[in-house]
Design a protein around this ligand. Structure first.
Ligand code: ATP
Ligand code: MG
Length: 205
């Protein structure tokens, strides 16, 4: 931001990667909490292209997921949405996401925000060693997922307890498919977007 440039402070940017199929209040609370706790100037939400670990499941068209994320974050002046993963060909790997964001903002400190379920797999990610040089990692607790940080590099992963919201995109899709309400699990604009485009109505897992 202009202010932090004037202060000569390096800007601190959170990176919230996800499938966001659809984005829900668990994602938004996690981003908001990490932003407050780590004094972030901005949190960039990055909807995946085809996620490498979800190759077997059908994922909604990237453009829908991207637009729902824009709708959900639009009212927060510190939240933005990036198209780097949506526009990159092939599977999405976190190392590529961080490289692209780093290229756009070479002077920023990046904080990669991820749930307890994802951090457990982190050492199996592509170029895992390099990841920790590119960003600090913030693992947020999430109901139903034990946090196992054994084996992670010291000092590069912070663990943050956030208010427990037992919401998942899987559950939101199932509810929408069954004609059950999704109000208050996702932002109002996302409820309306899902209805308008009849998302999650077909056969789903
Ligand atoms: P799905 O059920 O399809 O896997 P999801 O709800 O897990 O969707 P993702 O897009 O996979 O959502 O999650 C993106 C990131 O947000 C992940 O790091 C995940 O751990 C985290 N996350 C998801 N839901 C919550 C929640 N309720 N509280 C905290 N973090 C969450
Ligand atoms: Mg998930």
């Amino acid at each position: 931001t202009v202010l932090s440039a004037a202060e000569g402070r390096v800007s601190r940017i959170g990176v919230m990667g996800g499938t966001f199929d659809p984005v829900h209040h668990g994602h938004l609370v996690a981003a908001s909490e990490v932003a407050a706790r780590f004094d972030l100037d901005e949190v960039v939400f990055v909807p995946t292209g085809q996620p490498s670990f979800k190759q077997d499941t059908a994922v909604t068209e990237a453009e829908h997921r991207y637009l729902m994320t824009v709708i959900a974050t639009a009212s927060n002046p510190r939240f933005t949405v990036s198209r780097v993963d949506v526009e990159r060909e092939g599977l999405t790997y976190t190392v590529d996401t961080l490289r692209d964001l780093k290229a756009e903002r070479p002077d920023a400190d990046l904080f990669f925000i991820t749930g307890a379920d994802a951090i457990a797999q982190i050492l199996t990610w592509k170029d895992a060693g390099e990841l920790f040089d590119m960003a600090r990692f913030v693992a947020v607790t999430r109901p139903g997922h034990a946090l196992s940080v054994a084996g992670l590099p010291e000092g590069r992963v912070d663990v943050l307890e956030i208010p427990a919201l037992s919401i998942s995109s899987t559950d939101v899709r199932a509810r929408a498919g069954a004609g059950e309400p999704v109000w208050y699990l996702v932002p109002d604009g996302v409820v309306q977007y899902i209805a308008k485009h009849r998302l999650y109505r077909g056969p789903h897992e």
